[in-house]
Design a protein around this ligand. Structure first.
Ligand code: SF4
Length: 247
């Protein structure tokens, strides 16, 4: 099964000798349809009657259940008017890895879960290719509501929603944040640099000291599969950081 995920990432597995099983590099294959979607991990949701408005918009000191509810009822930017539901994120609240995308798409908006469809399948391949299990990972987006027509979120929307991502990071204290895609990278790094500049460098999230690694969004990799090899280099860099090796 692990070979299948490596293959989906465009990585050729070859065996040098018996005790040296894997070397990766290489080119591309398409995502396998049969790759399983991420296993949903239930959040500890509670019923609270708190409504976020632009005026009361904050998330400092909230625990997971209150934060989940704050997001669910948030109307702090215009995206609340067109969403079907918010997409908070899912995964282990003790995860070492935080993967941050840009914003929910159509399927995510309908189902309330991040990284669905073929992009989610490729993200699964990326996670499995690294040898991670889903209990090691938390996935979310920079924006918790879908922008209409899946347009790019604007600066005001990103800024309004950042309090929630910031609080997720504070609660999670991951060993690494993987920013997948331009919107996530710009949001986390407060940068407007192009991807080619942001990739390949270990950053930190604000003054937390938490490492940030930038890579391509799986949806982009589906459109440009020749970049999967570059993405794999990014993932290996993140793996070295988590292992305590120099990036
Ligand atoms: S995108 Fe974020 S800030 Fe805007 S309404 Fe949704 S949860 Fe609130």
């Amino acid at each position: 099964m692990h070979d299948q995920y490596l293959q989906a990432m465009g990585i050729t597995r070859w065996v040098k000798r018996e005790l040296d099983p894997v070397s990766v590099d290489d080119e591309t294959v398409e995502v396998k349809e049969e790759i399983a979607a991420p296993k949903p991990i239930e959040s500890n949701e509670v019923e609270l009657s708190v409504v976020q408005t632009p005026e009361s918009h904050q998330a400092d000191n909230l625990a997971w259940p209150e934060l989940i509810e704050q997001v669910k009822t948030c109307v702090a930017c215009d995206l609340h008017a067109t969403r079907t539901q918010t997409v908070f994120g899912e995964g282990s609240q003790q995860a070492d890895w935080l993967i941050v995308g840009d914003a929910p798409g159509t399927d995510e908006d309908i189902q309330g879960k991040p990284f669905l469809g073929k992009g989610g399948q490729l993200l699964t391949a990326m996670v499995e290719a690294m040898g991670l299990k889903w209990e090691h990972v938390y996935i979310t987006n920079s924006l918790k509501c879908r922008p209409p027509e899946s347009r790019d979120p604007n600066e005001e929307e990103i800024a309004a929603c950042h309090v929630f991502l910031k609080r997720q990071i504070e609660l999670l204290q991951p060993k690494v944040i993987l920013a997948v895609g331009r919107v996530a990278a710009h949001n986390l790094l407060e940068s407007n640099e192009p991807m080619k500049v942001m990739r390949g460098t270990e950053f930190t999230y604000k003054d937390t000291g938490i490492p940030v690694v930038v890579t391509y969004h799986p949806a982009y990799l589906l459109r440009a599969p020749s970049n999967k090899a570059k993405a794999w280099q990014d993932l290996k860099m993140a793996m070295r950081i988590v292992a305590g090796e120099s990036a």
